[in-house]
Design a protein around this ligand. Structure first.
Ligand SMILES: *Cc1c(COP(=O)(O)O)cnc(C)c1O
Length: 363
């Protein structure tokens, strides 16, 4: 039996009638951009996160750029970002005029720590982009204690918690992606900015609409970056399932542990106090590249997402000084491997994946 890396259709199948009704409601309403569905989703997602404001934007990459600009980041500033993350975490920085500065991550949680961020701070540091990688949660309170504003990139962590607080409520400002494969994924592109700061939320609202409050006067160069009504209506149907889906992802991780996968590879480690919402289930193994090929040949989804870390990507070379040493990032780039995960992955599938890993390693 094949086990795919993701299951984007299974979890939403029971919601089909509600989704059809939400889509019909938008078509009947005739308002497609920045209307009642976006306003309602922003309020509902803010309540879920326990923050004062959510601002819907076009995608999770724009969300980071706009959040940084809303914080006042601009030319001459430096923004610290891990080198082991999705490319967009760093790609979003240069459009503000600021300089990305790469830092290392922890070998077990695969997230930044106060120590790895501190090593990259300079007098010009204006912000840190801390990534809740793979649905784990970065130690955001420890980072904020460093005295630098934190943008929490929670694109992979909807449904995760740190203590009693939701991932995406921990930074000075947080950003989300609703790309279809994410934990809370719509049927296209979408993103959001979340914050308790009234002025920051207002700045983000102005930035997403061409730098204008009233649509006739323009106070700064902004962006055209909105969450659209159809996607917001869809997200309103999906949001009430996020808790159950996150429990399902944690149950899937428990199935892997009970299946004995931990005797074959290093299993992902929750950061201190975190209740992860495993977006990707990423193990570590010295022969990860060979294992990836063998599993795919056996129809078991497996993928190394960040084999070339950000400080070695051609487009980011201008911000990767010669001699920059990020040993943990380089090690994880070689050894990480994402295995199948979904809210519905059951013990039988975990047994099958584990058996395939055992067979591949014995070959
Ligand atoms: C997906 C993702 C983004 C970008 O989100 P898009 O909606 O695809 O623009 C940013 N950061 C991380 C960590 C992501 O996983």
């Amino acid at each position: 039996m094949a086990v795919p890396l993701f299951d984007t259709t299974g979890p939403v199948a029971p919601l089909r009638a509600a989704l059809d009704a939400a889509i019909a409601r938008v078509l009947d309403g005739g308002v497609y951009v920045l209307g009642p569905e976006v306003a309602a989703f922003e309020a509902e997602f803010a309540a879920y996160l326990g923050v004062r404001h959510v601002v819907g934007v076009a995608n999770g990459t724009d969300a980071i750029t706009l959040a940084l600009q809303a914080l006042g980041v601009g030319p001459g500033d430096e923004v610290v970002v891990p080198a082991f993350t999705f490319y967009a975490s760093a790609e979003a920085i240069p459009p503000t005029g600021a300089t990305p500065v790469f830092c290392d991550v922890d070998p077990e949680t695969m997230c930044v720590t106060a120590e790895t961020v501190r090593a990259a701070l300079t007098p010009r540091t204006r912000a840190v982009v801390a990534v809740d990688l793979f649905g784990n949660v970065a130690p955001i309170p420890e980072l904020r204690a460093l005295g630098v504003p934190v943008v929490e990139d929670a694109a992979q962590a909807a449904g995760a918690r740190l203590g009693a607080r939701a991932a995406g409520s921990l930074g000075d400002v947080a950003t989300f992606s609703f790309f279809p494969s994410k934990n809370l994924g719509c049927f296209g592109d979408g993103g959001a900015i979340a914050t308790d700061d009234d002025a920051l939320a207002e700045a983000a609202r102005v930035l997403r609409f061409h730098g204008s409050r009233d649509k006739v006067t323009y106070e700064r160069i902004g962006w055209n970056s909105r969450l659209d009504e159809l996607q917001a209506a869809i997200l309103r149907v999906l949001l009430p399932s996020l808790e159950a889906w996150s429990e399902g992802r944690r149950a899937a991780a428990a199935h892997y542990a009970e299946a004995g996968l931990g005797s074959l590879a290093s299993l992902p480690v929750p950061s201190g106090g975190a209740l992860p919402a495993w977006h990707l289930y990423v193990v570590r193994h010295a022969r990860a590249v060979a294992l990836e090929a063998a599993l795919n040949a056996a129809a078991v989804g497996a993928r190394g997402y960040y084999r070339t870390p950000l400080h070695r990507q051609a487009a980011l070379a201008p911000w990767a000084p010669a001699g920059l040493s990020l040993p943990v990032t380089d090690e994880l780039a070689r050894t990480h491997l994402a295995l199948p995960i979904s809210p519905l992955l059951d013990r039988a599938a975990a047994d099958e994946v584990t058996a395939a890993v055992r067979a591949a390693l014995a070959a």
